[in-house]
Ligand binder design. Structure first.
Ligand SMILES: [Fe+2]
Length: 139
């Protein structure tokens, strides 16, 4: 669930590396969330969560720059950017409201939401640009 799998490959090395990093960060959050040592890990959780949010913003920007650079289909670009924007907004909202409650159940829900979204987005939305970008020499 928290490991990047070969079936996630979009055929572009830099983007696969970025996707691996996203899974790594969500996996780190999950590790912290399941730690049962009696200590409060709130600060650590917020730190990794913010890292995930910021890295997501960087990664989405990287993809969107490629769309622009190679003139990717305007309709696909629009839908894709909307998905990216929706996720970032949700992450910001979670950071402001949900994490504040410092509850394990909420954190686990957030983690499941994030990993599920990332997986679906890669498989159903990112993969659509593979052939197009590959045909422009982006690999
Ligand atoms: Fe994307």
């Amino acid at each position: 669930m928290f490991d990047w799998k070969p079936e996630y490959s979009v055929g572009i090395a830099a983007i696969d590396t970025q996707h691996k990093r996203l899974f790594e960060l969500v996996g780190q959050l999950h590790e912290i969330a399941r730690t049962n040592d009696g200590f409060d890990h709130y600060d650590e959780i917020v730190k990794v969560f913010n890292e995930l949010r910021d890295y997501t913003v960087y990664h989405f920007g990287y993809e969107e720059k490629l769309f622009e650079q190679y003139n990717y289909d305007s309709h696909e670009t629009k839908i894709h950017k909307l998905e990216h924007g929706g996720f970032v907004n949700k992450m910001i909202k979670i950071g402001q409201e949900d994490l504040d409650k410092n509850e394990k159940k909420i954190l686990l829900n957030v983690i499941m939401f994030a990993v599920d979204w990332i997986e679906k987005h890669i498989l159903h939305t990112d993969k659509k640009y593979s052939d197009f970008l590959n045909s422009h020499g982006v690999r």
